[in-house]
Design a binder for this molecule. Sequence first.
Ligand code: FBP
Length: 264
Amino acid sequence: MIPIDDTPLCRDGKVLILAYDHGLEHGPVDFEGVPESADPQRTFEAATHPAVTSVAVQKGLAEAYYPSYEDDVDLLAKLNGTSNLWMGEPDSAVNCSVEYAAELGASSVGFTLYGGSNHEIEMAEEFREAQEAAREHDLPVVMWSYPRGQGLKNDTKPSTISYAARLALELGADVAKVKHPGSREAMEDAVRMAGATKVVMSGGSKTTDRAFLGSVKETIDAGGKGLAVGRNVWQRENPERILDALEAIIFEEATVDEALTAAE
Ligand code: FBP
């Protein structure tokens, strides 16, 4: 593992990744509620908020938009991803090499692993290649650790999320991005299983300010180190407001009420 606290992915040991790979993963449907959110520039602007430690995008957005933001934003290049048009067992095409991510200016890389999918073996082998290349470039590796596949009925069950967190540690990820398992106790167990790997919560679909911030607070109280979030930020009319609240919870240990007040 590399000491990621000293890298741009972290601030005070905490992580707030603004994820914007949804145009690939989910498609235009994610931009319907707030049509301006289809413009990548809007999310890059949001990523200049001091709370955001990195913006996570696919190669194409990094090539087209990152050059205008490289002084103000840190880049996490997502190395794999699949569209929602794919109807097979969960899988993710490797779209970008670590070498090219480094050339684009990335200061960390991200990789999705669908443990439990019929494609887990190949995905884990691809992860091995990416993880070892990332070590050569001193780039922290964030694993989107999402167990899913035909054998998995409930992908947020506490035991599944703990396994997802452990998988990230075992395979050499510096950060495990996992779904919220539903309670503080379950998140504590995931953090325990992740050992030296930092656990961050995956944002999920858009919900109310209070429900969203409540799950983030639970994650931090459970020993999680932050968040990788997309829709709960840029599907809001005012991304900056929720980022103010996230900054209060993640970096200033505020309560949900204090964070909501800070964001007024
Ligand atoms: P959200 O906060 O919007 O859930 O984004 C996090 C993320 O991991 C994205 O990077 C990715 O596009 C998306 O969730 C995948 O979501 P899922 O596969 O669960 O639909």
